[in-house]
Design a protein around this ligand. Structure first.
Ligand SMILES: [Zn+2]
Length: 152
């Protein structure tokens, strides 16, 4: 059986395995892409994502977050979401300006409480369910916590 015309052989950059891909531009352009692009075989891609997940998990545990539970696929997705959400919180926290030290202290306390909630969330599904959370959502949650700290 001959391959269809749009099939090209490429080499995995990591393990040098040859494998076939389909490209849909002109033949000249396809040849160029097959030659120049960084290709990775399925196995190396899977390993890459696995390593990415392991690295994120280690970094998150270092800053007090729980190890995630769930299927391999949901955990790998949840670690990425968790990294993005933590970045949103940090970004938001760094953007705040305070009129006094007391105000800043109160705010820091609110963030600590807020993050403690997140740190104790081990379910990958919880993170996936919260993937749409915006800086605005985080901000209103922080304000609510700040209010309860002010009026215990
Ligand atoms: Zn490979």
């Amino acid at each position: 059986m001959t391959d269809p015309v749009n099939t090209y052989e490429v080499i995995c950059r990591t393990c040098r395995t040859r494998f076939k891909v389909q490209l849909f531009d002109s033949h000249d352009k396809n040849l160029f892409v097959a030659d120049k692009k960084d290709w990775y075989c399925e196995q190396c891609k899977r390993q890459y994502f696995k390593k990415q997940t392991t690295d994120l998990a280690a970094a998150h545990q270092k800053i007090g977050f729980s190890e995630l539970t769930g299927s391999e696929k949901t955990i790998s997705w949840a670690e990425k979401i968790r990294a993005e959400l933590i970045n949103k919180v940090k970004y938001f926290q760094q953007s705040l300006k305070f009129a006094s030290d007391a105000e800043k202290q109160l705010s820091d306390q609110a963030f600590e409480k807020f993050l403690a909630d997140w740190q104790s969330q081990p379910q990958a599904k919880w993170w996936i369910d919260h993937r749409q959370m915006t800086v605005r959502d985080i901000s209103s949650r922080i304000s609510a916590i700040t209010d309860t700290l002010k009026n215990p």
